[in-house]
Design a protein around this ligand. Sequence first.
Ligand code: GLN
Length: 441
Amino acid sequence: LSPLEVAEAYLRRVRELDPGLKAFLTLNERLLEEARRVERDLPLAGLLVAVKDNIATKGLRTTAGSRLLENFVPPYDATAVARLKAQGALVLGKTNLDEFGMGSSTEHSAFFPSKNPFDPSRVPGGSSGGSAAAVAADLAPLALGSDTGGSVRQPASFCGVYGLKPTYGRVSRFGLVAYASSLEGIGPMARSVRDLALLMDAMAGLDPMDATSLDLPPRFQEALEEPLPPLRLGVVREGLSGNSPGVERALEEALGVFQGLGLRVKEVSWPSLPLALAAYYILAPAEASSNLARYDGTLFGTRAEGEEVWQVVEATRARFGLEVKRRVLVGTFVLSSGYYEAYYERAQAFRARLKAEARALFQEVDLLLLPTTPHPAFPLGGRPDPLAMYREDLYTVGANLTGLPALSLPAGFEGHLPVGLQLLAPWGKDELLLRAALAHE
Ligand code: GLN
């Protein structure tokens, strides 16, 4: 098959099936032309990638799921996208997300919610729900998501695909629409571990455009050829109850699989993990309130009408969705004089403690196993209470607060719905995560 034939086949499939799933916000209108012209000897020649719509794509609308950016066409590519393109990959289209990445279901998209391919009455997860749904339904072979508090891993688990949140800084954030800069990064989603490796080898590495990017050269595909040593696998249970029966069963089964592969399973404790959610929902909104201040219609954000500048600003910012407004208000509050010490500073101190505990834990074990989510995909409209929506992120935010790499792998079903489990590794050991996931596959 030529790149053109593959692109035509995928476009046909998207046109047929996406009206039911609503995974895409924008399709790349130039795809066929690009497929015709792609240099055939490049390593990723013609590989189609769906890109979450908070990742900048040159000449292709990038909305971040928000009315504020609904007409924004970036004049540049995110580094991750530029590197994929340089190897011959093509952007198939841009996928739906919760506005600015704020949510766990894609229901906070300013445009429409996406649906779970396993059950269209349920959410695909979020915020990278469009990417997960597209990969699960094979509307795209591969996708990029972003993960601030679980947005690659949770939708991957709800849709039965693999998703990696790399070590903080391993993939450049240049061109990722900022939500909470100290927590987030771009990560790959795919139906196999080898596909994750393919994307990581192309995307990861130092980038002069992102001062927090790491000089850790990726060696994912190479690492997958090495046999898995008899690692120590820690499993955290204390303080983390309330999982659905299917999640508990998947956990037991996976422990069995890993034991069969020669890993030594050990119960460990990460005492502060149950509190990570509270710290996350202070720190993430705090950073968001600062990052989103730029969308006031003067330089950034679709400008609303108004006589005076303050009226322009007010009318422009009124276009934020309800959840975004809530986060900006919470963030402004926890950073304000008199409350800063009580909330922001304590959350930062907690973050340091969580990191120290993780460091100690990884003296005892080489990998950690946790559920990705407490239960499989919930119904559309099933989490009207914002706090209930936040609680969905119980197991995922720990990796973001610590910067550690974490991978969600498909681990069975509860009824007709996929269940995912999460592996965590020490800082910079992303390759090890993929080796363990491949052995499990
Ligand atoms: N659900 C979390 C939030 O709303 C995580 C989102 C994300 O990782 N982008 O903040």
